[in-house]
Design a protein around this ligand. Structure first.
Ligand code: ADP
Ligand code: MG
Length: 445
């Protein structure tokens, strides 16, 4: 094996850049040997846009009329969204922490070749890789001797920043015997990413974490004077690393666990309103003319618009044709998205066409048709399960944000780092743990 690959794999295994694979065997997280180059102008733009997007999404998540108006037609055929909407309607708006990640592909203009970041989606719940992305940066820092990046390796302290943000919120909550309640799934391939956050909170701030599934929250959690008590500790903050997919709600007890959390005084990360604001349907509406201006000044609104690509309701007219007919005529130009998170749910090409043909008019309202973003390819060495392969790749850049709203106003709102996922260019989806994409970092210059 290439000496550089051995060096990098050993570093990954030694420093916690690890995960379970699909057979639940321990392995290093897949990674890219050398960082992804990004022009500093584009990088600066993305960093600066994070607090603006956060402000927008916090306001959208608090706008009950807006969320209900646009998600009720979806809820008619989507039971998951329908149940979340019910919880949202029945709970008061209150303090919440948003640990967001805004994902972009860097598209090349068809005529000039100029590069522009285009938003894939703004994620509001269960954003993973806070720990692993910082480990990835450390790996590239270590490897810079063997693999120089040709610019400046962009510093990435996402975990440290997220932990500091959580600690500040726990301090604000100001309760003795406080803990973080991390809502988790049973069998989690990306366990170590969560553990990294947990151990750092304990080591740096003495804040313990209780890990429970939604069912366990229902069984064990109790409300005492409005505070959520788990394992004899008060949950100052509930951090969702589960609860974003219907699979996490296999029983009525799981929903009861969610409702118990929502009815408690704990700071939610995120609130149910923020979770719904992250729906793909809401992203489609935000890109319509005049909507951003309801929430942001004209200047700030304008600063975000260049990142949007066309997103449509399948029944919407584009010119004189329905969006669904355009999709069927040129499927390679579009992606069809249901209101789901976590990867593997979007439809492409022939599968998309078959599905559109099968769907009732009612069901079509639960989907969003998005223009496909085409990015220039680069050549990269991907390292998966200790095997290195040089291949044509595309990369997706996510910016993490931390934004705390205390119920009255935003207390802090900042960019806290990045995630780069690099995948071979013939793959449609991008999730690292689904085995599709490799972690990477940024070389800016
Ligand atoms: P999920 O919430 O399941 O992660 P996303 O909308 O983020 O769904 O899409 C998953 C992946 O599919 C993205 O990370 C990206 O790689 C790819 N993808 C999504 N939308 C587009 C698009 N418009 N053009 C090209 N690729 C896309
Ligand atoms: Mg996504």
């Amino acid at each position: 094996m290439d000496k550089r690959v051995t060096e990098a794999v050993d570093f990954a295994l030694t420093t916690g850049l690890i995960k379970y694979n699909t057979e639940f065997k321990l392995t290093h997280a897949p990674f890219c040997l050398s960082p992804f180059p990004l022009k500093d102008k584009l990088n600066d733009y993305l960093v600066n846009s994070t607090p603006v997007f956060n402000e927008l999404m916090v306001k959208v998540g608090a706008d009950k009329d807006f969320i209900k108006h646009y998600l009720e037609p979806v809820a008619a055929t989507d039971d998951f969204i329908s149940r979340l909407l019910t919880i949202y309607s029945e709970t008061e708006l209150s303090h919440h922490l948003q640990l967001s990640r805004n994902d972009f592909l860097i598209a090349a203009d068809g005529e000039t070749g100029e590069l522009h970041p285009k938003q894939v989606e703004f994620n509001t719940i269960s954003n993973s890789f806070l720990f692993l992305t910082q480990r990835m940066y450390k790996l590239h820092q270590h490897m810079s001797y063997f693999v120089p990046c040709g610019g400046t390796l962009a510093e990435n302290n996402t975990l440290d920043e997220a932990v500091a943000a959580i600690a500040e919120v726990v301090q604000y909550y100001d309760k003795s015997n406080a803990c973080i309640l991390m809502v988790v799934q049973d069998r989690e391939q990306n366990l170590f990413d969560q553990r990294g956050l947990e151990y750092s909170l304990w080591e740096k701030f003495g804040i313990p974490t209780v890990r429970l599934s939604l069912e366990q929250v229902a069984e064990q959690g109790v409300l005492k004077e409005g505070h959520l008590v788990v394992e004899d500790k008060t949950a100052a903050l509930v951090y969702f690393r589960a609860g974003y997919t219907p699979n996490d709600y296999q029983s009525q007890a799981a929903w009861e666990g969610r409702i118990l959390i929502e009815n408690s005084s704990a700071v939610k990360c995120p609130s149910v309103g923020m979770q719904l604001a992250g729906a793909k349907k809401i992203q489609q509406i935000l890109a319509k003319p005049g909507i951003l201006e309801r929430y942001l000044t004209a200047d700030l609104a304008n600063s975000l618009k260049s990142t949007f690509v066309g997103m449509y309701d399948l029944n919407e007219l584009i010119g004189n044709q329905k969006a669904r007919e355009l999709a069927k005529a040129e499927p390679h130009k579009y992606v069809l998205k249901p209101q789901r998170e976590g990867g593997g749910n979007n439809l492409y090409d022939g599968e998309m066409v078959t599905e559109i043909n099968k769907m009732s008019e009612e069901k079509q309202k639960a989907y969003v048709l998005m223009e496909r973003i085409f990015t220039p390819r680069e050549s990269s060495v991907l390292v998966v399960d200790r095997m290195a392969e040089e291949t044509q790749t595309v990369s997706e850049v996510g910016r993490y944000g931390a934004c705390f709203h205390d119920g009255q106003a935003i207390r802090f709102n900042k960019d806290i780092g990045y995630l780069v996922r690099t995948k071979s260019s013939n793959q449609n989806e991008g999730g690292v743990c689904a085995g599709y994409a490799c972690l990477n970092s940024l070389c800016v210059g």
